[in-house]
Design a protein around this ligand. Structure first.
Ligand code: HEC
Length: 158
């Protein structure tokens, strides 16, 4: 009886995996699990950045499209980890890496560089602190560097 139940469970698990063709495997290579990232997003970020991550004009920046430009430069990669909402969140380093990778791959796919390397827990642990105190200044410098490197698509206003 127990054996049968275990087998049924295994069959169900296999069926679910088969139903997502490569989805889980790909997400793993990209350094995130969609289910845990979505949960972390809802509990830690969405309250300010809004459900669809489009932000609030003039107040909260969108986390769509723009981040793909930012992570092209090392200082931009760091900026994303060090903004107070990310740096000071109660998420562990691995959880923060997970939610950032999920944001990049699912909401910034059109602007991220083709050779984007997913954030890792080690990288986040080494760089997320201290949180930035002058976010606007860092953001302006980052956008200027991106423009200098020929990126004209990046927006400075939100
Ligand atoms: C209390 C509201 C709040 C929460 C919660 C929050 N943020 Fe933010 N976030 C902001 C505001 C406001 C800014 C603009 C910069 C600043 O003033 O900190 C911002 C900026 C950012 C930026 C820089 C984007 C840009 O275009 O400059 C990133 C990346 C970011 N947040 C990620 C996150 C992530 C990831 C989470 C969840 C772990 C999160 N934030 C939680 C309010 C919040």
């Amino acid at each position: 009886m127990k054996k049968m139940r275990a087998r049924a469970l295994l069959a169900a698990v296999l069926a679910v995996c088969a139903g997502a063709p490569g989805g889980a495997v790909h997400a793993e290579e990209r350094g995130y699990s969609a289910a845990t990232a979505r949960e972390a997003w809802i509990l830690n970020c969405m309250g300010c950045h809004t459900g669809d991550a489009h932000g609030i004009t003039g107040k909260v920046p969108p986390l769509t499209d723009e981040l793909g430009h930012f992570v092209r430069l090392p200082e931009g990669r760091e900026f994303v980890m060090r903004v107070p909402g990310a740096s000071n969140s109660s998420l562990s380093d691995a959880e923060l890496a997970n939610v950032l990778n999920w944001l990049i791959y699912t909401r910034n796919a059109d602007t991220k560089p083709a050779d984007f390397k997913p954030y890792t827990a080690q990288e986040v642990a080494a760089k997320r602190r201290p949180a930035l105190t002058d976010v606007a200044k860092h953001r302006a410098a980052l956008i200027e560097s991106l423009r200098k490197s020929g990126n004209t698509a990046v927006q400075d206003q939100y």
